[in-house]
Design a protein around this ligand. Structure first.
Ligand SMILES: [Zn+2]
Length: 426
């Protein structure tokens, strides 16, 4: 008891004095998600939350102690855009269940291993993904905290229904929701809201060949398919209005200036791919509107680097322009199929720095900004008293070399140590 009092006396004022901590991280250089850096600091964790930020160098009383040895300690990473169930092996309920059990569980572990402690699934079959969200939340399956949108909503015969899932009728029916009117928009959004999704994702974008396609088309002459259609303005407006009436944010896939400007003007909350098909610099008028409307913008650079490198020439400078204009940028990797879970998230962050963002802003995009875009900024995204203890220990200084994020020596989620290098623990 005397020992506890002595220790308490040298700790932060906010330290609860009534009980032993679950975990202490000492000798840390704290890089919180909001641009603050503090050396010689520490964190105390109790009941899965940050119980105190320490400013003294004393070793506190805790069941587990991680001596960070001066390494960087920062919030867990958040990836706002991943797909867990894109595979041509999923052809019926039996193979979907098997895939969830045998493949998705492995993907979830890979995210955690790379320090990604929260993800948002886009366009995955709603019943399977909602069930997975419950199982992760109750600790049955290890994995990043999961938000879900269910199927991506598109127009009848739109993308990804006839493109990605053109030869996969089972997934086409479950991963894309094809609608053709404001009435069907309301029906689908209400159904997803009733089931408890965290946001709505819609696919609305201009032609892949700007300037050449009429505005009612999403793609022209790509994927070997002529003239993939897109929503009418009335249907787009209904999707946005009903989502907002149900308290859900709406994430829009739009990749040229015209369709992006339309979505922003009608009330979109997030842009899921950046202006990847727009070679002309995004106008000041649109960047100002994005900023004024509080839009969250992710550029999915790593998916372009992996499968469509030419699009990086548009997407990277456009990301830099919107970030310079003060638009909230977030990390969304669009990891799907064979792209490596977790590694792709780190690659996205590196590519954001290669595009000209500072490492500090790229880290904020993966932590504080991403948490805010998911509506989780009360509980995640920074090393702040009372927030969930999702914490990484990183060798080196990611503020000067972003690739230091690859050198993880500890991953903590909800106060539980997911992995830790043995040298750091007592
Ligand atoms: Zn995607």
């Amino acid at each position: 008891m005397l020992m506890l009092l002595v220790c308490s006396a040298v700790l932060a004022d906010s330290l609860p004095k009534d009980s032993m901590m679950d975990l202490a991280i000492t000798n840390a250089r704290l890089v919180d998600g909001n641009g603050q850096v503090r050396s010689g600091a520490g964190i105390l964790v109790k009941d899965g939350k940050i119980a105190a930020i320490l400013t003294s160098g004393k070793t506190p009383l805790a069941r587990r102690v991680i001596d960070a040895g001066g390494a960087t300690v920062m919030p867990g990473l958040i990836d706002t855009h991943v797909h867990l169930c894109v595979s041509d092996t999923i052809t019926d309920d039996v193979s979907l269940n098997r895939y969830m059990r045998e493949v998705v569980t492995g993907k979830l572990s890979q995210f955690l291993d790379h320090g990604v402690t929260t993800i948002r699934s886009m366009g995955d079959p709603e019943d399977a993904i909602l069930d997975l969200r419950i199982r992760i939340a109750n600790g049955e399956i290890p994995g990043p905290r999961l938000q879900v949108v269910g199927p991506g909503i598109t127009v009848v015969n739109g993308h990804p229904a006839v493109t990605v899932y053109g030869t996969q009728p089972f997934l086409r029916e479950r991963s894309a929701e094809e609608i053709d009117s404001p009435e069907s928009a309301a029906r689908i959004v209400n159904r997803l809201a009733d089931k408890g999704v965290d946001a709505i994702k819609i696919l609305y974008e201009g032609s892949d060949d700007p300037g050449n396609a009429p505005p009612n088309l999403m793609y022209q002459n790509v994927w070997g398919i002529d003239n993939v259609p897109r929503f009418s303005i009335e249907t787009l407006q209904a999707l946005i209005n009903v989502s907002h009436e149900r308290g859900l944010r709406i994430v829009v896939h739009a990749v040229d200036e015209e369709s992006t400007a339309t979505a922003v003007a009608l009330g979109a909350d997030e842009l899921a791919h950046g202006l990847a098909d727009e070679p002309v610099p995004v106008s000041e008028e649109l960047t100002q509107k994005m900023r004024d409307h509080g839009i969250y913008y992710s550029a999915t650079l790593q998916v372009y680097a992996a499968i469509a490198p030419a699009k990086l020439d548009n997407a990277s400078p456009q990301l830099k322009r919107v970030a310079d204009a003060g638009v909230n940028v977030t990390v969304g990797s669009d990891t799907f199929g064979r792209l490596l879970p977790g590694h792709s998230t780190l690659r996205e962050i590196e590519l954001m720095v290669e595009a000209g963002l500072t490492p500090a802003l790229a880290i904020q995009a993966a932590t504080g900004n991403a948490a805010a875009s998911l509506g989780l900024d009360d509980t995640l995204g920074s090393l702040t008293l009372g927030k969930r203890a999702d914490i990484l220990v990183v060798d080196g200084d990611p503020l000067t070399n972003i690739s230091a994020l690859r050198n993880l020596s500890a991953v903590i989620q909800n106060g539980q140590i997911i992995r830790v290098d043995r040298a750091l623990t007592n």
